[in-house]
Ligand binder design. Structure first.
Ligand SMILES: NC(=O)c1ccc[n+]([C@@H]2O[C@H](COP(=O)([O-])OP(=O)(O)OC[C@H]3O[C@@H](n4cnc5c(N)ncnc54)[C@H](O)[C@@H]3O)[C@@H](O)[C@H]2O)c1
Length: 250
């Protein structure tokens, strides 16, 4: 494993109670950062924080990222606990139903976009003022290959993730005059609890589209995010980093 220096950095990882976010939180702690995990899972969050505590300073903050007031409150709690926020990984997300657009329940469509797009907007909106004030920040938004390609039977998810890509490009340009980098990643399928939300046929479809012929490993995602979140990533901003095992070559 290459070492990436995040020593002294204060990081927020949303949706870090499990899955990709947990792998990122672990890698950040191993790289010397202090980490606040924001998640809405009140059962899993304390367990994860307890397990990670041996690696360094980690806080758990209960928050639903769809609720702007709650995100403001989580930001204040994190700043009180860690002093500031240098790094945001906006990762919390859901897959939602995997059904054709015409059969997609309207409420579920709204909910997927509320979490996967508005949640990211809320988190960026809350942490950016502090980053601008201090003249430093690294933001990594977790989009998906579905946002580049559009997966059938995943219209809400694909649309929300395409929105995350565009938000990242826009915010990256807005903040480019500061030492603040805003980038996003577009993973292909990785085996996490999110698979419980989607049909086996959809999982098979996603795997069949990956030229490497396997799922993304969580540590592979964490490695890329750790570098994007580091001081060494001092030039690239507003960019989309592929993690699709060859599916998207653009
Ligand atoms: N696993 C994959 O195949 C895959 C592929 C591409 C992109 N992604 C993206 O990666 C991110 C993480 O996915 P994962 O596979 O680790 O999923 P996961 O289900 O394992 O973890 C998601 C975490 O987000 C939290 N969360 C969900 N909604 C929330 C909300 N409203 N407020 C706060 N926390 C919330 C959950 O409690 C959970 O702990 C998501 O944005 C997902 O879309 C995943």
């Amino acid at each position: 494993m290459n070492s990436i220096d995040l020593s002294g950095r204060r990081a927020v990882v949303t949706g870090g109670a499990q899955g990709i976010g947990l792998a990122i939180a672990r890698r950040f702690l191993e790289s010397g950062a202090q980490v606040a995990i924001w998640d809405r899972d009140d059962d899993l969050l304390p367990k994860t924080v307890g397990e990670l505590a041996k690696l360094g300073h980690v806080e758990g903050v209960m928050v639903d990222v769809t609720d702007w007031k709650a995100v403001e409150q989580a930001t204040a709690e994190t700043v009180a606990a860690l002093g500031r926020i240098d790094i945001l990984v906006a990762n919390a997300g859901v897959a939602g139903p995997t059904v054709p657009l015409v059969d997609y329940p309207v409420d579920a469509w709204h909910e997927v976009v509320a979490i996967d797009l508005f949640g990211i907007y809320h988190c960026c909106r809350a942490v950016v003022p502090g980053m601008v004030e201090r003249g430093y920040g690294r933001i990594v938004n977790v989009a998906s290959i579905a946002g580049k390609e559009g997966n059938p039977n995943a219209s809400a998810y694909s649309a929300a993730k395409a929105g995350v890509i565009a938000l990242t490009k826009s915010l990256g340009k807005e903040l480019a005059a500061h030492d603040i980098a805003v980038n996003c990643i577009t993973p292909a399928a990785a085996r996490t609890a999110i698979f419980d939300q989607i049909s086996q046929a959809h999982i098979d479809y996603m795997l069949s589209r990956i030229p490497r012929g396997r799922f993304l490993e969580l540590d592979e995602a964490a490695a890329m995010v750790a570098w994007l979140a580091s001081e060494e990533n001092s030039f690239t901003t507003g960019a989309v980093f592929d993690l699709s095992g060859g599916r998207a070559t653009y």
